[in-house]
Design a protein around this ligand. Sequence first.
Ligand code: NAD
Length: 257
Amino acid sequence: MGRVSGKRALVTGGGSGLGAAQCEMLASEGAQVVVADINMDGASAVAEKIKGAGGQALALSLNVTSEEEWAEAVDATVDHFGGLEVVVNNAGIAIPANVETTTMDIWRKTLAVNLDGVFLGTRAAIGYMKDHEGGSIINISSIEGIIGEPGAAAYNASKGGVRIFTKSAALHCADEGYAIRVNSVHPGYILTAMVSGAVAQLPQDEAKAFQDRILGAIPLGRMGEPDEIAYGVLFLASDESRYMTGSELVIDGGYTA
Ligand code: NAD
């Protein structure tokens, strides 16, 4: 028996980086996993890898900013696996810009994926779970939802929004007596396409200064690995965390300590 055997899980942004690691770990612990992503190539590759390792997975195209696509994704999950007990709102984007260089386009795009997407996913999950077996909703925020970063104005705003929105949703579910827990996860710096892509957009001297500053500020002295975040997600998805709701799980090598 795996730690999440019998659970049906949908992970957004599952086709790459942290989401892919979460999908693989949840599947290896017995969950049936929907790998949902706007990038279908990435989602299919992760689903095939899971199936190749003997797990159960379905690749699904989902743009988290679309209310209609969320309704279809929940229906498709239930049609394929027969239910839905875990939703991980992991999809996110980061466009480096400070308050002065943030255009309305950067602001709107960032808020749309990182905050609208989490709201829509949480609401869609509650809509299904409250009338079925209940479940666990896990919203991926960031350490930048807790502390400021000068070059991440819109990202900071979106991730801070995810943090406090999660608590509102958790309290609502508890008030209503739903068997639904809602928690946030706050990863520190993990070397994925998001971080390397953001660094690549900086001029060379700024990129080096950024990396030196970040590495120097991590007490454990290194960036994290995707699996180190997936272990936290696995815990929150499992019944081991049954007394946790509205909590924020920080996994950052001590960065915010
Ligand atoms: P990533 O860029 O590797 O993966 C993000 C995934 O989200 C991609 O597969 C992408 O196709 C998908 N995506 C983007 N827009 C989407 C949309 N509209 N609908 C559906 N899918 C969409 O990034 P990552 O590093 O794996 O980040 C995953 C999450 O973790 C994000 O929410 C990110 O903000 C958060 N996070 C990452 C770090 C880090 O250091 N990597 C730190 C803190 C928080």
